[in-house]
Design a binder for this molecule. Structure first.
Ligand code: CDM
Ligand code: ATP
Length: 288
């Protein structure tokens, strides 16, 4: 039995440059992993079957599961005869903008590389991951990175300045395809990605706070006004800066003092069930 942690990601920036002929959007995003993680256990089996077992009834247990797709891809690409039982202990909220499914897929790729002794490099695993979803390559590397292309081209960044992250997810799920589909690329207010990278490189917390930006916010806000309210509440309880992660609906707030973390956490818990206070994991492979 092999255990792998699958951490959630947040987007510190998410910019869309243009819509591509393949219907994906060309993006520029700074992403980082946080210490809210699913736990994946992998057990090889001789009958060749890929079995998904999950603690969460909302997680599909067949070919729709991204961890299943990761195992299938490895088996087909490298002609592996064995099967695998994949147990997913879900901690990351589903359809939340935190790349839960993508991280489960990435953890499965990394785990099977070890379990089946394939000797693949991290770059090869990330390339395989891109076949499953745009966020999977980043999840293979973890840490902090600039993601470009449709999200699969990854350039490593150093750890951001130390701070806490309070995550709050309203009781709705959001479809990533629907949000990208509703985006009007003309006239966007683009985040300053260069400034965000500079903030990370110089460990400038204030600059990082003022550089947060996500062009998908307005689309999700229009679909679900409760996300705007949650963001405003988070700010009112004392977050230094707030942003929606990915296509949402999870909103996060950055805080550099521990005392304020509990104030925000307790305040939000009053009307939002899913609230988490976590740390940024920082550099690559801290949980691999
Ligand atoms: C919103 C983010 O999570 C931010 O990290 C990602 O950009 C989305 O990553 P993901 O969930 O892995 O997305 P995928 O599973 O690859 O794509 C889901 C759908 O989102 C849209 N999509 C996704 C990525 C991208 N660069 N442009 C898009 O338009 C496409 O309609 C696609 O069919
Ligand atoms: N291992 C998995 N865990 C959770 N959801 C999964 C998994 N595999 C497939 N799914 C499906 O994927 C959909 C999106 O779930 P996920 O939690 O990955 O979204 P997300 O956090 O918004 O992802 P992203 O931030 O990459 O857009 C769900 O509706 C679910 O049915």
């Amino acid at each position: 039995m092999l255990y792998v942690k699958a951490p959630a990601k947040i987007n510190l920036t998410l910019d869309v440059l243009y819509k591509r002929p393949d219907n994906f959007h060309e993006v520029e995003m700074v992403m980082t992993t946080v210490d809210l993680a699913d736990r994946i256990s992998l057990e090889s089996r001789e009958d060749g079957v890929i079995q998904i077992i999950s603690t969460d009834n909302f997680v599909p247990n067949d070919h729709r599961n991204f961890a299943y797709q990761a195992a299938r891809l490895i088996k087909d690409t490298y002609g592996i005869r064995q099967g695998v039982s994949i147990t997913i202990e879900k901690e990351i909220p589903i359809a939340a903008g935190l790349a839960g499914g993508s991280s489960d897929a990435a953890a499965t790729l990394k785990g099977l590389n070890e379990l089946w002794d394939l000797g693949l490099s991290i770059d090869e695993l990330a390339e395989l991951g891109a076949k499953i979803g745009s966020d999977v390559s980043f999840c293979v590397y973890g840490g902090t990175a600039l993601a470009t292309g449709r999200g699969e081209k990854i350039a490593e960044l150093p750890a951001p300045p130390n701070c806490w992250v309070v995550l709050a997810k309203p009781k709705i799920g959001v479809s990533t395809a629907e949000v990208y589909g509703g985006l009007k690329v003309e006239g966007l207010k683009h985040p300053n990605t260069k400034q965000m990278i500079q903030a990370i490189e110089t460990k400038d917390y204030e600059l990082l706070c003022s550089s947060l930006g996500n062009v998908l916010e307005t689309v999700t806000f229009n679909l679900h006004p409760e996300v705007v309210m949650l963001k405003e509440q988070m700010k009112r309880f004392g977050a230094d800066a707030t942003l929606m992660s990915g296509s949402g609906p999870t909103v996060f707030g950055l805080v550099d003092s521990e005392a304020r973390v509990s104030r925000i956490y307790n305040g939000l818990r009053g009307f939002c069930e899913e609230v988490y206070a976590v740390r940024i994991l920082g550099e690559r492979n801290t949980l691999a």
